[in-house]
Ligand binder design. Structure first.
Ligand code: UDP
Ligand code: MG
Length: 334
């Protein structure tokens, strides 16, 4: 048995937990086994997302007795994405792995992720080949959502990938520099770029307990994904407005031609009213859409995302030391 070596890269495992007491005994055993197999010192950070069951008690006890475990308890349920962020903020490893508590993300896959990381990939996400545990409805809506988001967003968000992933320290720093409030974590990693790859796995049914993602939470997550990574909905009003006003204009022409031809079936006043009302409401929508464009700008501004993310720098220390040694000369030359 290799008890957690002290040399080698350091790993942090982040596990968000919300009312998972039923899976904890098995989870802890599997994590123990996995941590023994890794080639470097490993910490596991549990983030209790305001559980109302015994999860917090069990995990806190574990963290107190075993130096490889850490425990963070949030003051209430802030949601999966916030819990992940809290864990990542506390992570000290060279590589950070985020996985669910319910063992739907098999810990064995972590080894494969680490291999990819050693090949030089900075983000390794788990792609679900199958989703045995999830209802047909959840699978269908999830797949639809990713297609839809893929169309709307200029960021290439990987399909069939949840939040099970490994990230390099560098990417973690970039992530923590993103102060935005509504965090759609998987979109944020796609936004960073970096060298990304995937490890495919079969997603198992949840070990015990129930999903903590009821429909309304899924819809909320989906809405955050769309709003955070696309401003297409804001532009929607413009196109709708053009369509309505255009239709009104066409109808006006149609009525005009009939009127010129002396069509007696036209009810006086009806066509002109309808045309004016629909033309103006189309104009209204266009104006709303234009406001939308500005709101989109404001939205992008308030997200305070960095303008770019640097992956590497080289040669800057030369500049610095050269600057120091030639300081005097620069001054006298000036
Ligand atoms: N989770 C959380 N806060 C929440 C909801 C879920 O920390 O508000 C955790 C949960 O304990 C689990 C992970 O997030 O470790 C994924 O949740 P779940 O398995 O219920 O989602 P599903 O796999 O059904 O999409
Ligand atoms: Mg799950």
């Amino acid at each position: 048995m290799t008890m957690n070596p002290t040399s080698g890269p350091r790993y942090s495992i982040v596990v968000p937990v919300f009312n998972e007491q039923a899976v904890l005994p098995v989870l802890l055993r599997r994590l123990d086994l996995m941590m023994q197999d890794l080639d470097g010192p490993t910490e596991t950070i549990f983030v209790d997302d305001g559980s109302s069951d015994c999860s917090a008690i069990v995990l806190r006890a574990k963290a107190v007795e075993d130096p490889r475990y850490r425990f963070i308890g949030l003051s209430r349920n802030f949601g999966h994405q916030a819990a992940i962020t809290a864990g990542m903020q506390a992570a000290t490893g060279d590589a950070v792995i985020v996985m669910d508590a319910d063992l739907q993300d098999p810990p064995e896959v972590v080894g494969q992720m680490i291999e990819k990381w050693k090949e030089g990939y900075e983000v390794v996400y788990g792609r679900r080949l199958s989703r045995e545990g999830d209802s047909a409805f959840k699978q269908a809506t999830a797949s639809l959502f990713y297609k839809f988001l893929g169309r709307l967003s200029s960021v290439d968000i990987p399909r069939d990938a949840g939040d099970f992933r490994l990230i390099d320290r560098k990417v973690l720093e970039a992530f923590l520099a993103m102060p935005e409030q509504d965090r759609f974590v998987r979109g944020m990693f796609a936004w960073f770029g970096f060298r990304q790859t995937e490890v495919a796995f079969h997603r198992l049914p949840r070990l015990a307990g129930e999903t903590k993602y009821p429909l309304f939470k899924m819809v909320r997550l989906a809405a955050h994904g769309v709003v955070g990574f696309s401003d297409a909905p804001l532009r929607l009003a413009i196109w709708a407005g053009f369509a309505v006003s255009g239709f009104a204009a066409l109808y006006a022409m149609y009525v005009g031609i009939h009127w010129l031809e002396g069509d007696k079936s036209l009810v006086a006043g009806w066509a002109s009213t309808v045309i004016i009302v629909s033309f103006l409401s189309g104009m209204n929508m266009i104006m709303t859409g234009i406001m939308g464009l500005y709101v989109g700008r404001i939205h992008a501004e308030v997200k305070r995302r960095p303008l770019y993310v640097v992956s590497e720098r080289a040669g800057f220390d030369h500049a610095q030391s050269a600057g120091q040694s030639s300081d005097k000369r620069t001054i006298s030359a000036a």
